[in-house]
Design a binder for this molecule. Sequence first.
Ligand code: C2E
Ligand code: MG
Ligand code: MG
Length: 256
Amino acid sequence: MSDTRLESDLSSALRRGQLFAHFQPQQDLATGRIVSVEALCRWRHPILGMLPPSLFIPIAEELGLIHDIGIFMLEQSYRAAIDWQFNGMQLEISVNVSATQLATPGFSDRVISLIRQSPLPPRTLTVEITETVPLIDLPAVISRLTVLRECGLGVSLDDYGTGHTSLSQLDELPVTELKLDKSLVQSQSAGVAAELARLLEYVHGRDIRVVAEGVETASDLDRVRRLGCDRAQGYLLGMPMAREDLDSLLLRSRTR
Ligand code: C2E
Ligand code: MG
Ligand code: MG
């Protein structure tokens, strides 16, 4: 299928109900409980089947569709979190936000207006910004993220270890959470472990939570627990899944 065809299909995908959120659980390593979920966008294409975000998010950014998709993902996540709360489960939600969204002046206003309409406390939501893409107009991004943080939202730096954020640059970003990329989490090198131990000491000293992503094996889990990570996410603990599957998982884990 040509790129132009995919672009035109994506333009109508949201309207046609082909986009939806999958949710992946995050476990609190101190209690073993699921405390949060990350919302990950999926596209069920009528001919090509299920498509991963790595294929369509860059197109959505280029076409400017990412703004509506981003709001849709926030709304889906909030709806789910409200239902979970209604059923007695206080789960936090993390939503990915792209550099293009952050570069838009109205972005923080749209997010704030959405959280003000919701019955959930603002700290329920964490926005994830990725380290892989350089942030456009850093001072503007910092001020938009600061506004969100002052409203009580969490701000997470995703894929830490894939980019080049130094510890001093980390101090400039108003982050409440750092997500260690799977390349660090799965590494068995003693050098990486020593580097991570120093990093954790530094960020914990600044009250920043550390989430290990890409936890696939029992030894990954053991390693990140010994390192002192706060939360873990990965195939070992739960795949990204449809809302109904997560609902059943949550019910099972509650009655255990
Ligand atoms: P991410 O935010 O770092 O999300 C984690 C990715 O790692 C997800 O890929 C998830 O399925 C995958 N993953 C989770 N556990 C494991 C594991 O144990 N091992 C391995 N190898 N992978 C694991 P996914 O869903 O394909 O998403 C890829 C990226 O697309 C995301 O990376 C995020 O940057 C972007 N993305 C997804 N949804 C959205 C969205 O709604 N908006 C924006 N702007 N970006 C999104
Ligand atoms: Mg993420
Ligand atoms: Mg990541």
